[in-house]
Design a protein around this ligand. Structure first.
Ligand code: ADP
Length: 227
């Protein structure tokens, strides 16, 4: 087994004026390649802060983050952006698709951003990912022509299209009804099983637990349960 992600004593303190909020306190976590981890806990316990740090969207106050052997905390902002682009796929609660582009167009854009030189990936690969997410017949639809569940599946397709080391998902079913939540959670499980895709997902959805290998529970900026 290969450790794909590791944090050591990760701490984040937000300062707003004179007020300090200790959002994360000494969080040490290891995730193996191919694991599907759910992060749960009450609002305000630090879940999003952890995810944003793991994805290089925020810098820690102290502590280490190692993604696929690269220490995020030691590198420049530019380098961190590069690691994020190459190694991380994000899925958000609000799907964040480009409304004027079709499903296929959204994937092509993600491919071009990933390569950084304007060249795209292969149509074959895009079709394969859309097939896995049961979206083949929606390739040419724009987001507004898709249901919420379908939009989230396109967002998921976009996150995996460049074969990232890790997918980070922030309440991906938060905007979906029960039925669509189930479908989207099953798709996460499919990607995890078929592609051995490593996934770390924040969720409030108790059904999500059934799809995951491990649940990390947080309280007051700390991990209080890990297994
Ligand atoms: P969760 O995702 O579990 O709801 P967050 O990571 O969003 O928790 O927040 C953890 C704590 O940090 C909360 O007390 C929140 O108010 C605070 N916080 C989050 N983001 C900021 C910010 N940008 N500036 C100041 N405080 C923040």
């Amino acid at each position: 087994m290969k450790t794909i992600l590791k944090t050591e004593n990760l701490t984040k303190i937000y300062k707003v004026g004179k007020v300090e909020t200790h959002a994360l306190r000494d969080v040490s976590l290891e995730v193996e390649q191919g694991e599907f981890v759910a992060v749960m806990g009450q609002s305000g316990c630090g879940k999003s802060t952890l995810l944003h740090l793991l994805g290089g969207l925020l810098s820690p106050t102290s502590g280490k983050i190692i993604i696929d052997g690269e220490d995020l905390s030691q590198v420049s902002d530019a380098r961190r952006t590069d690691i994020r682009r190459r190694k991380i796929g994000f899925v958000f609660q609000r799907f964040n698709l480009f409304p004027t582009l079709t499903a296929d167009g959204n994937l092509r854009l993600a491919e071009r951003i990933h390569t950084g030189n304007g060249s795209g990936g292969s149509a074959e690969n895009r079709r394969e990912v859309l097939r896995l997410l049961k979206l083949e017949d929606k390739m040419h639809n724009k987001p507004l022509e898709l249901s919420g569940g379908e939009q989230q599946r396109v967002a998921l397709a976009r996150a995996v299209i460049n074969n990232p080391a890790i997918i980070l998902a922030d309440e991906p079913t938060g905007n979906l009804d029960t039925e669509n939540s189930k479908i989207v959670l099953n798709m996460f499980r499919e990607l995890n099983r078929r592609l051995n895709q490593t996934i770390i997902m924040i969720t409030h959805n108790p059904d999500a637990a059934e799809n995951c290998n491990r649940i990390v529970r947080m309280r007051d900026g700390k991990i209080v349960e890990n297994g």
